[in-house]
Design a protein around this ligand. Structure first.
Ligand SMILES: CC(C)[C@@](O)(CC(=O)O)C(=O)O
Length: 419
């Protein structure tokens, strides 16, 4: 039997995915940290969103169940400061169930604006302060470990003294040496950080690396007497195309919170895609009570805000995610719908049930289509599928090198019926 509650008890879908999962299920209380409005906006090809677009995104994040959003670097400019303050006020004014974090270097002048904003907006801004920890970064920056420890401790102290929660972020964690990480993690715990954020800044990690690093970090936390007090975040990039996989494994291996961005937009090739993290956890049977029907709106809003198009073949939110023109596929979906079985129709040719995410199966008409596609298309629009009409549309489709657009089909309808 499958652990996935979505599956029907008559085992119509045998679930090979579930074999051996027992005992290594992702815990149900994992949390999500949205980086769209910070790391996302560091991508070199994004348009700079205006404040209205940012506010819409904030609302949508809270709708899809994001726990904390990183909303920018308020120390970086006046505009950044104003936008962050405005977003914090939006959250408190509307009592949105969304926590806020702000990023900054481990430099006191990056942290003081966060303290000011949290006082003015009446919201505890999570201080998300980062510093490069790998030998390669240390070489480039002329830092030694003592400098990093000193700067980090100062920054954490300022935030903790102001009563703000601190996530200590070691950039390039996945290429850092264990002895140095141990020193930095213990320092951060001693100075009152409540989270250690493990970063795959350059997309270097494989799932093995994720496992090794998380178990190492857990051992340091436990050995330092901070078990249950200090939590682990995972922040990964997609340079090897592994960001999504690594994010899911990070949760499996014991990270408490995972970072992602809408559509994976971020530095270079981006971050783990938040909608795909949520999609996968939903299909693993977690997030039962999380309503994900606003996912398309979240992705569309993010795409629009940065001036990007969602790729046609993108999972879940791409135009073709639930669309087929193929005769065999369409016929099976139509037969399932003909049985009045929406559950079946939504799964027969789809590993992701469209309805669970507020989408619908779509059938279109092209050169690989059969009569059932045309029948379905016409019925859906309440047009009587007469034999003559179906044949005329199919003829047009077979002679065409592309999927017929709605306008093209309607032109045939007019031609046949209008006479
Ligand atoms: C701040 C940090 C989490 C970073 O995003 C780096 C950064 O943007 O400076 C990363 O990927 O390591």
């Amino acid at each position: 039997m499958s652990a996935t509650p979505d599956f029907r008890s008559d085992d119509l879908i045998y679930d090979w995915n579930e074999i051996g999962r027992k005992g290594r299920l992702i815990p149900r209380d994992v949390t999500f940290f949205d980086e769209t409005l910070r790391d996302g906006l560091q991508n070199p090809s994004v348009a700079d969103p205006n404040i209205e677009q940012k506010l819409r995104l904030i609302h949508l994040m809270s709708k899809i169940g994001i726990h904390v959003a990183d909303i920018g670097l308020p120390g970086s400019s006046k505009r950044a400061f104003d936008d962050v303050l405005r977003m914090c006020r939006e959250i408190t004014d509307n009592r949105l169930p969304l926590g806020v974090a702000c990023a900054g270097r481990t430099v006191v002048s990056d942290i003081t604006p966060m303290i000011e904003i949290s006082q003015r907006a009446g919201i505890p801004v999570e201080v998300y302060c980062f510093i490069g920890s790998s030998p390669i970064r240390q070489l480039a920056e002329d830092w030694d470990l003592d400098t990093i420890v000193k700067r980090s401790a100062e920054a954490i102290d300022v935030a903790v003294k102001a009563g703000l929660p601190v996530a200590y972020v070691t950039e390039d964690t996945t290429r850092s040496r264990p002895d140095m990480l141990a020193t930095l993690f213990k320092m951060a715990i001693d100075h009152g950080a409540s989270r250690l954020c493990l970063c795959d800044t350059v997309g270097h990690a494989t799932p093995d690396g994720v496992r090794n690093l998380i178990s190492f970090t857990k051992a340091i936390i436990a050995g330092h007497g901070a078990d249950g007090k200090v939590r682990i975040d995972w922040h990964g990039h997609n340079d090897r195309g592994l960001a999504l996989e690594n994010a899911l494994w990070a949760l499996e291996f014991g990270a408490d919170r995972v970072h992602g961005t809408a559509l994976g937009i971020g530095e270079r090739v981006g971050n783990a895609a938040m909608e795909l993290i949520l999609l996968n956890l939903k299909l693993l049977g977690l997030l039962e009570h999380q309503d994900l029907t606003h996912m398309l709106e979240y992705c569309n809003t993010a795409a629009e805000a940065v001036g990007w198009q969602i790729p046609i073949n993108y999972p879940l939110v791409g135009r073709d995610a639930f669309r087929t023109a193929t005769g065999v596929h369409a016929a099976a979906i139509i037969k399932a719908q003909g049985k009045g079985d929406a559950w079946l129709a939504d799964r027969i040719y789809s590993g992701v049930p469209a309805g669970m995410f507020g989408r619908k199966q779509e059938i279109c008409v092209g050169y690989m289509s059969g009569a059932s596609n045309v029948n379905f298309w016409l019925r859906q629009r309440r047009i009587e599928p007469s034999k003559e009409l179906v044949e005329a549309i199919l003829k047009k489709a077979k002679g065409s090198s592309h999927i017929l657009s709605d306008e093209e089909i309607l032109a045939v309808v007019d031609e046949v019926n209008g006479r």
